[in-house]
Design a binder for this molecule. Structure first.
Ligand SMILES: Cc1ncc(COP(=O)(O)O)c(C=O)c1O
Length: 418
């Protein structure tokens, strides 16, 4: 009887979500890709151009990655077989970590099953302050950007800090951060600041140079200093002249940088890069690394091949092509009369629609015409800021973009958006 009641509560919650039209479980199933140079998905037998993927460089279909994955799996098996410290560490994992550290100009790197798992463990391990069995004891203040990704929020939640030890600075506002630091400098031994590099709703990025100046200014005002953690999942292998992301765009570095291998790198998994001492400490304390499998050897080999491609002249051309695609799409949509929800130079371009029903209709009709985009509605964005999030890839051709703009404009006119 009691379990029946429990399941009824679950059912009611699902019904509430469906009623609010925010369900996530009715996603399209990709059955195949058609294999042309700018691969289109086959969904329910229909050919669909994907304009909402994080595969920013188109690397998930690159032959070198597929071959590397195939070769490693053939030799080493399809799964890691154990967690890293038991018998799940392969040479290919270490090779990938060394390449990631070199890519970001850091001492060392650690690979996790996902960036979500990376954030949970890195953040918890570096901020847990009051636990009696903690490796790090001390009085830590955590300050987060108000629009940080869910994985950061959950990492902070795990640490179960007192409410006055977890504060929020205004989105993208280094002055707001500075004010919080100045009013708290007597109260804490150390500070950990955490932010997304690129924010995925609008494609805006945190100005790390401005943040770095604030961090450096306050570093000696706290007994154990101020640490800056940046999660740049949407920045790495997506923008910056050589694909180094927000650090490259804004010309300043984080103390601890988290990235994903599952977006621009075209593989899967997450990682952190930092000074040797931080990585050594994390290998001893990060629960989702110690007690959970890493990526398979095949995935590690694909990610490793991805880094080689990105570092090559071919990869640099892909990055340039992606940047050109961003400019092309923006120019063409602007010429048609569309407005953007933010000024973004990132492959995430949020087209401002401002009306929930129209945003949903536009997404639906785009799908019927063979294009996948994402509608982002209130309450995820403020009322009147409903948007269509378009994500570009280096694999989009000029023809793909032109066809996209034509379909988008036709529907936009029909719905009286432009
Ligand atoms: C900012 C940010 N952090 C972390 C993640 C999680 O990445 P992963 O899919 O590798 O867990 C995402 C993915 O959406 C993200 O956008």
């Amino acid at each position: 009887m009691s379990k029946t009641q429990f399941f009824t509560s679950l059912k009611n919650e699902v019904a509430r979500i469906d009623e609010a039209a925010i369900s996530k479980r009715f996603e399209h199933l990709i059955e195949d890709f058609n294999g042309d140079p700018s691969p289109k998905a086959i969904i329910e037998g229909q050919t669909i151009s994907i304009f909402n993927s994080n595969d920013y460089l188109g690397l998930r279909h690159h032959q070198a990655l597929k071959q590397a994955e195939h070769d490693a799996s053939s030799k080493l098996g399809t799964g890691p077989g154990a967690v890293r410290f038991i018998s799940g560490s392969f040479a290919v994992h270490r090779q990938l970590e060394k390449k990631l550290a070199a890519f970001h100009g850091r001492d060392d790197a650690m690979v996790f099953s996902s960036a979500f798992a990376t954030n949970l463990a890195v953040i918890f391990s570096l901020i847990k302050g009051q636990n009696k069995d903690s490796l790090v004891s001390g009085n830590t203040l955590v300050i987060s950007d108000e629009l940080n990704h869910r994985s950061i929020i959950d990492g902070v939640r795990l640490a179960n800090l007192e409410s006055d030890a977890k504060l929020i600075f205004k989105h993208l506002d280094a002055n707001s951060l500075s004010e919080i630091l100045s009013t708290n400098s007597e109260k804490f031994d150390r500070v950990v600041i955490i932010t997304d590099g690129v924010f995925s709703m609008l494609g805006e990025y945190q100005d790390l140079k401005a943040l770095r100046m604030v961090v450096d200014k306050y570093d000696d005002k706290f007994k154990e200093g101020v640490l800056l953690i940046v999660d740049d999942c949407h920045g790495v292998a997506a923008f910056g002249k050589t694909g180094r992301g927000t650090e490259e765009i804004s010309g300043a570095k984080a103390d601890v940088l988290v990235g994903t291998l599952g977006k621009g790198f075209g593989a899967d998994g997450g990682y952190v890069v930092a000074d040797q001492v931080v990585i050594d400490y994390l290998r001893e304390s990060a629960a989702t690394y110690i007690y959970s499998n890493s990526i398979s050897p095949g995935t590690a080999a694909a990610a490793s091949a991805s880094l080689d491609v990105i570092n090559s002249s071919e990869g640099q051309k892909m990055i340039q092509k992606l940047a050109n695609n961003v400019v092309d799409l923006k120019n063409q949509l602007t010429a048609k009369g569309f407005k953007f929800a933010a000024s973004s130079v990132h492959p995430i371009q949020a087209v401002l629609i401002g009306d929930t029903a129209k945003t949903r209709d536009l997404t639906k009709e785009m799908y019927e015409k063979g294009f996948l985009v994402t509608n982002i509605n209130y309450p995820v964005v403020p009322k009147g800021r409903d948007e269509i999030r378009v994500q570009l890839s280096a694999s989009h051709t000029k023809e793909d973009i032109a066809a996209f703009v034509q379909a988008f404009s036709e529907i936009g006119k029909k719905l009286a958006i432009i």
